[in-house]
Ligand binder design. Structure first.
Ligand code: SF4
Ligand code: SF4
Length: 168
């Protein structure tokens, strides 16, 4: 991972308790336009962050995969579906099939995704900043700041906008 992103994650770790507290606090409210503001923060952050210099989500959490996504990934990568499911996926009662092997079997050494064109929607959506009703999911954002430099920067922007004065 790029040194700059390692430093961001160190900073995120230092501020983890504050971030968790603030996200829990802000999650109690229903600020007007919150989704829109956070989506803009996300665009600003991802205009600066280069995921190909990071790849940490693909090393840390396994994405959800539904049936068609499993089939498309196996076809693109030349894998036997049953073998892939047995060796690399786990069934979560609530979320369904999830990649259980870390780093993700499709992650390349250069942090590119071997099945990018057919990657699961969960990968595309991460860190889920374009979801609706994001204010109710700020606990998940706080969790993601622990390994995603972009999520950390977005959380800082949210705190600066909605909880100024208690962000230090
Ligand atoms: S499928 Fe691709 S984008 Fe998704 S976790 Fe694996 S390597 Fe990363
Ligand atoms: S989404 Fe976050 S953790 Fe994943 S590669 Fe981009 S910056 Fe890194």
């Amino acid at each position: 991972m790029d040194q700059e992103y390692i430093l961001l994650l160190e900073k995120s770790k230092e501020r983890n308790e504050l971030i968790k507290r603030q996200m829990k606090y802000l999650g109690k409210f229903n600020n007007k336009n919150f989704d829109h503001v956070v989506a803009e923060f996300s665009d600003e952050v991802f205009a600066e962050i280069d995921c190909l210099k990071c790849g940490n989500c693909c090393r840390t959490i396994g994405p959800k995969m539904n049936g068609p996504e499993i089939r498309r990934a196996c076809k693109a990568f030349g894998l036997d579906e049953k073998t892939f499911m047995k060796d690399s996926l786990v069934r979560d009662e609530e979320l369904g099939w999830m990649v259980a092997v870390m780093p993700c079997p499709f992650l390349r050494e250069d942090n590119a995704c071997d099945i990018y064109e057919v990657r699961p929607r969960d990968c595309d959506d991460f860190p889920y900043m374009k979801d609706r009703g994001i204010q109710r999911s700020l606990g998940r954002l706080a969790f993601n700041t622990e390994f995603c430099p972009a999520a950390y920067l977005i959380a800082e922007k949210i705190m600066e906008r909605y909880a100024p004065g208690i962000t230090k």
